[in-house]
Design a protein around this ligand. Structure first.
Ligand code: BDP
Length: 686
């Protein structure tokens, strides 16, 4: 009897444990808390959430008394807060909530709480969901949309929907994210019709207590598509009126609506240029409609046409002449690199170029080009590298971070966007470790000076630490090795996918496996890898020097000269800026060909080492999450092998040099890789 009862108990605890450890709780898993008394200077829905979070999560001195005070203080800015020995003080209710999350984070990670003021780097810290209204997600790898379902009649809001939206909003608030664009940048105009707006309102209602504003991607052709107008010319009075009325209708439903995100005249999307107007004409018209309500327009600079002009130069060429022409509630949203979210790109030269226009960085949290939700890649190091990149706009110290957060130029609004990796998967992001990228985006949006080391440290403690008592042993045997794995993971991906400045050499439109050979006859050249790697018998790489496309000239000195000169160009950007002979001598004395081989080989071995690291930490991880990550690492390892074999065997056809004998031989045949690739994507061949 006792045996039965005890095994039932064990089963019960196991199932509770399993349920709790499927990853759904993200970095917000509650540990047993101590009693605390909380005094609020102001009662509101938001401060009540703050109070509850403290009551549920307090790890400090048992019986402590904490004050939450809403009071004006000039040194506290926007959503910022002040941590004092007594508690949290802020200018707004939301500031108090952010302060509480910070306090709890310190307690749970065991960091000491230093009293001080904590102001956000950016006013708007926004997730962009590329969710379609049919429930699918463009470049989403974690299941279907948490916002949209496939048929209009299934759009009625359920209690389960609301619960999920609240959980999502809470997760965002806990890291300081305060906005979400609910639909794909490749927008469907229907989002602006009543049936969808009702659901947007329902979502906004759940988000509001957590300070998350909703935004929508607006299609420039909406006045015709859903408004029945004959034109969408931004200077046409009927079009102006249509947008004004639409905006009014939205604000009547959602008084704190954030504004619009617009992808115009980009990859086939409609825009003002269809009417011979400029991006500024289009953006300003929408901005004027939003202005009375405090809304903003986030206008994307992701533009390039199928011309012979180097794609990497085009956004700069199109937008720089418009500097100073945008309204102050327009922010130009610029991807971190000049091409498209590659594993590594130099920063987009638009940062550091525009002086009279607010720019907001756009990074991609979803791993479109970085192994989807299969590869373990901690993106924080990539974003840190980008934010800390020196633009020299106003001399030394003009980092991308400072060019965009208002510290170099006065800006009415500041913002940063991350393309979300969230879906209906129980663990939200598909890969347990992909959650760390959501977390990292929020933390960097709040404080663009944070280090990836600190972010990884926090995230691991919050996500995997089972109890406060786990200390030295856990730190040495779990935290240290796993953190190192995270910190190395992006460079590993660069190594096994696109080292030394190679870019855009993945196969087909799914952007997962290797495809340097991929060039269907009818495909736009600038969508095929050979356009980017330019491999021939002489060498490899895209010549962007003064004798090539001259993209280097878009960078300030001394970067311009540094990048232009093959001897001084940093290795990591070498093939981005130069067409380099196979036998070129690298800084370390190797030939380019050998170095390329070593990098691919290194990347593959880094992943194999990640597998070893992970297997070794099994005693510290609950079963379900351990097995999932282990299995994903196996897939990643296989994929890294394909990348290494595919790229080296393909490029070897041009270099005609042997793969250095001390590294592993390929285990896949090039013909096999190409054949499989082509049959998979035969649609493009027809
Ligand atoms: C590319 C994606 C494409 C997006 C586009 C964008 O492949 O799906 O629509 O960016 O950002 O990275 O607009």
């Amino acid at each position: 009897m006792i045996k039965i009862v005890s095994s039932c108990l064990i089963l019960f605890f196991l199932s509770v444990n399993l349920q709790a450890e499927n990853g759904h709780s993200l970095w917000l898993r509650s540990q047993s808390s101590s009693p605390v008394s909380v005094i609020c200077s102001k009662k509101s829905i938001v401060t009540e959430i703050a109070r509850q979070e403290l009551l549920n999560g307090w790890q400090g001195q048992p019986g402590a008394s904490i004050k939450l005070i809403v009071k004006q203080d000039k040194q506290v800015k926007g959503d910022g807060y002040k941590l004092t020995p007594e508690g949290v003080q802020a200018n707004t209710d939301l500031g108090v909530l952010y302060g509480v999350y910070d306090l709890l984070r310190h307690q749970q990670t065991g960091e000491t709480i230093n009293p001080g003021i904590f102001n956000p780097s950016y006013e708007r810290r926004v997730l962009n969901h590329w969710d379609n209204q049919d429930g699918t997600i463009e470049r989403g790898y974690a299941g279907r949309s948490i916002f949209w379902r496939n048929t209009k009649d299934s759009l009625n809001v359920t209690e389960a929907d609301k619960k999920l939206w609240r959980e999502y909003a809470r997760a965002n608030a806990s890291v300081g994210i305060n906005g979400a664009v609910l639909n794909n940048v490749n927008a469907n105009a229907d989002i602006l019709t009543d049936v969808y707006l009702k659901r947007v309102k329902a979502i906004a209602d759940e988000f509001r207590p957590y300070g998350v504003k909703v935004y929508l991607s607006a299609k420039f052709s909406a006045p015709s598509q859903v408004g029945g107008l004959k034109t969408c010319d931004p200077l046409d009075p009927t079009v102006i009126k249509w947008w004004q009325a639409k905006v009014k209708e939205i604000y009547a439903m959602i008084p704190d609506f954030g504004g619009f995100l617009v992808k115009a005249n980009s990859e086939g999307q409609p825009g003002p240029q269809d009417y011979k107007r400029t991006h500024a004409d289009g953006a300003n018209m929408m901005a004027d409609a939003l202005k009375p309500y405090g809304g903003i327009v986030m206008w994307r600079a992701f533009v390039y046409s199928a011309s012979d002009n180097d794609r990497a130069k085009q956004a700069y060429e199109e937008f720089l002449p418009l500097d100073g022409q945008f309204r102050d509630n327009v922010i130009i949203q610029v991807k971190n690199g000049p091409v498209d979210f590659q594993p590594r790109e130099p920063f987009s030269p638009l940062f550091g170029a525009m002086k009279k226009t607010s720019l907001m960085p756009e990074v991609q949290i979803t791993q479109e080009y970085l192994g989807h939700s299969i590869h373990l890649v901690f993106l924080s190091t990539m974003w840190e590298e980008f934010l800390k990149s020196e633009t020299y706009q106003e001399g030394e110290g003009s980092t991308v971070a400072r060019c965009t957060d208002g510290s170099l130029f006065p800006q009415k609004h500041t913002a940063i966007a991350g393309v979300a990796n969230v879906g209906l998967d129980v663990n939200w992001c598909g890969h347990q470790f992909a959650q760390s990228n959501w977390y990292a985006f929020g933390r960097l949006a709040w404080d663009n000076k944070l280090t990836s080391d600190q972010i990884a440290d926090e995230w691991l403690k919050l996500t995997f630490k089972r109890n406060v008592a786990e200390t030295t042993d856990w730190q040495d045997n779990f935290l240290k090795p796993v953190k190192q794995m995270m910190l190395d993971s992006r460079e590993a991906a660069v190594n096994y996918m696109m080292p030394l400045g190679l870019h855009h050499i993945m196969s087909a439109n799914e952007h997962y496996g290797p495809g340097p050979w991929w060039a269907p006859k009818r495909m736009r050249k600038d969508w095929t890898p050979p356009y980017y790697h330019q491999a021939d018998t002489v060498g490899v790489g895209f010549d962007r020097t003064h004798t090539g496309s001259d993209a280097v000239s878009q960078y300030h000195e001394p970067l311009h000269t540094l990048f232009d000169n093959i001897q001084t160009c940093p290795d990591e950007y070498l093939l981005w800026f130069h067409h380099v002979p196979w036998s070129f001598k690298m800084k370390n004395g190797c030939t380019l060909w050998n170095e390329l081989c070593y990098r691919y080989n290194k990347g593959l071995h880094q992943v194999r080492d990640f597998q070893k690291i992970w297997d070794k930490v099994q005693p510290y991880v609950d079963g379900e999450r351990f097995v999932q990550v282990q299995s994903k690492l196996r897939s990643q390892s296989r994929n890294a092998q394909l990348w290494k074999d595919g790229c080296l065997l393909y490029f070897q056809q041009f270099s005609k040099m042997p793969i250095p004998y001390e590294i592993e031989r390929p285990v896949n045949n090039l013909e096999y890789l190409i054949r499989n690739d082509t049959t998979r994507h035969q649609n493009y061949e027809q």
